[in-house]
Design a binder for this molecule. Structure first.
Ligand code: F6P
Length: 562
């Protein structure tokens, strides 16, 4: 059956026509409307959020047309399907229910006829028990020492969420309890992390949905070897926890059955931080704070589910990104938190959006003829201002940006410190939107009586044309509840984008291909009788690279041993 591509719909054509009409409009002109901020911002006083999208290249008509597209694809039906446990991840035949993990109403949610809430509540109960025991010192190491160090071993969604949140909420942590994250298969990562530990007071959490991920298993085996060689096999019980859907493999590894925290196939890796994958967070900042994180996400779930499209923040985030990606040909989107504690946040959103929406086959299994997922990147302000902002201001590419800021400082060393950070936060969106004209520069140079003979040349280089779109996401403060809300906003944005692009946002077959090819090549690298001519099924590039590596690897490693 031939499917109608998004680009063939009436809504797409309407948007295309509208784009041709408004593409040259400048934000300077749009802001002649003194009511623009009121028209293009959403305020959520309950959570303490101002979402200002007025500095985007849209008019009321653009918004109407974009919302019309959302209506035509029946977004609400998809939202209902997700919240009620339909198998919307149809390539893996799974429901997608990270929202159930923070379902504070506790109303039943059914998967294959079974209410999953009792299981989720049990998981939370066990997380509380475990995190309390580690924090209050009743969980002891094999020699009787209290736990001082937690090491999370995991990768991708089994690493980034806990890592990002523990970093962001470090001011909520308990003194004397340290957290470490090991993810990369690179030996230098493990070496730096493991070498500084006192094993007697260390607990390792192996986080892996599948318990088959090579990186995690290799790193976990090294940790196991360290513990077993020092304290014997019995010590595994005090020093290892596993979080996985694969009970059998976790038991085989040697984790005590009571130390296995389960979660479920209906939780996708990059959305798993709300599940027992969040255990390191609960240990680090306390279970009650972990619950606050869930509360914040639940607040946004309610907003997303029940707010009309026009004021629905994740919907607006998604349509804006679609607008730039598919009409303005913007390739990427920058995430710019003005908080050092959120320095991992752009990376987290990078996995969330790029692993979810880096797809080119639609729901009807046909190749699509339009662009999907943007390249997500970013860094914290103000650091980023001194690295890549120049390109944002004067480069040739259009890069929409999200500026994330907080009103209340975490700590003040003097009364202007936070104000200075926020002055930059406000200044950048203003400068990006409105730029500076040659006339304004000349006037300033004349006023300052500066370089008057080169005035023409200098002013030409100083011009910033502006019209660079930004969205300001301004929260009251960085706390667990607000961080939960912030993450959920991006999760639902990603979901809406997937629905617009008509793709499955919840599988990752590209990543799976990479994993299986690596497994195959590992067999080649381990073959003592390796002969380049035997792997003729490989292309000449890969064959030659492997050949150079294998011939020089032995020499290099033997030399080191000597
Ligand atoms: O990167 C692919 C992926 O499957 C992610 O979605 C997942 O978070 C990560 O690998 C780790 O997988 P696991 O938790 O099964 O070890």
């Amino acid at each position: 059956m031939k499917t109608i591509q998004l680009t063939e719909t009436q809504q797409w054509h309407n948007l295309k026509r509208h784009y041709a009409k408004i593409r040259k409009l400048h934000l300077r002109y749009l802001f002649e409307d003194q009511d623009r901020f009121n028209k293009f911002s959403v305020h959520d006083d309950k959570i303490g959020l101002v979402f200002d999208y007025s500095k985007n290249i849209i008019t009321l008509e653009s918004k109407e047309l974009l919302v019309d597209l959302i209506r035509s694809i029946k977004l609400n039906d998809y939202i209902d399907k997700m919240f009620t446990g339909n198998n919307i991840n149809f390539t893996e035949n799974r429901a997608v229910l990270h929202v159930a993990l923070r379902n504070k109403s506790n109303c039943p949610i059914y998967v294959q006829g079974k209410d999953i809430m009792p299981d989720i509540n049990l998981m939370l109960y066990k997380m509380k028990w475990c995190s309390d025991a580690i924090r209050n010192g009743s969980w002891r190491g094999i020699t009787g020492k209290k736990i001082t160090d937690i090491v999370n071993i995991g990768i991708g969604g089994s690493d980034l969420g806990p890592r990002m949140i523990c970093e962001a909420l470090q001011s909520y942590s308990k003194q004397g309890l340290n957290i470490h994250f090991v993810s990369n298969i690179d030996t230098s990562d493990i070496y730096t992390q493991y070498s500084k530990l006192n094993l007697e007071s260390t607990i390792f959490i192996i986080s892996s949905k599948t318990f088959t991920t090579a990186e995690t298993l290799v790193n976990a085996r090294i940790a196991k070897q360290l513990i077993v060689s020092k304290f014997g096999y019995n010590a595994l019980k005090q020093h290892f926890i596993a979080i996985s859907t694969n009970n059998v493999k976790a038991l085989e590894f040697g984790v005590d059955k009571n130390n296995i925290f389960k979660f479920w196939d209906f939780v996708c890796g990059r959305y798993s931080v709300w599940s027992s994958i969040g255990l390191p967070i609960a240990c680090y900042i306390g279970f009650n704070n972990f619950v606050e994180l869930l509360n914040g996400a639940y607040h946004i779930d309610q907003h997303f589910r029940y707010t009309k499209y026009e004021n629905n923040i994740p919907v607006i985030m998604a349509i804006l990104s679609f607008w730039y990606n598919n009409f303005f040909n913007a390739y990427s989107h920058a995430i710019l938190p003005y908080s050092q504690y959120l320095h991992i946040f752009p990376k987290y959103i990078q996995q969330l959006e790029m692993e979810s929406n880096g797809k080119s086959i639609n729901m009807e299994s046909h190749a699509i003829n339009y662009h999907t997922g943007s390249i997500i990147w970013g860094d914290v302000g103000t650091n980023a201002q001194h690295s890549f902002f120049q390109l944002l201001h004067q480069g040739t590419r259009l890069i929409p940006c999200d500026f994330i800021g907080f009103i209340k400082p975490f700590q003040q060393f003097n009364k202007n410190h936070h104000k200075l950070l926020m002055a930059n936060y406000f200044a950048q969106t203003k400068a990006l939107a409105f730029g500076v004209t040659k006339q304004e520069i000349i006037e300033k140079l004349v006023n300052d009586k500066n370089n008057l003979q080169d005035i023409d040349i200098i002013s030409a280089h100083k011009v910033c044309v502006g019209n660079k779109p930004t969205t300001s996401i301004l929260f009251r403060e960085l706390n667990p509840k607000i961080l939960g809300a912030l993450i959920a906003l991006y999760e639902h944005k990603t979901f809406v984008q997937g629905v617009i692009w008509n793709i499955n946002s919840f599988d990752q077959w590209g990543v799976e291909l990479g994993k299986s090819v690596a497994t195959e090549i590992m067999l080649v690298l381990n073959d003592n009788r390796f002969n380049m001519n035997k792997i003729t099924k490989y292309d000449v590039s890969t064959r030659n690279l492997i050949n150079i590596f294998t011939s020089q690897y032995n020499i290099a490693t033997n030399a080191k041993l000597r």
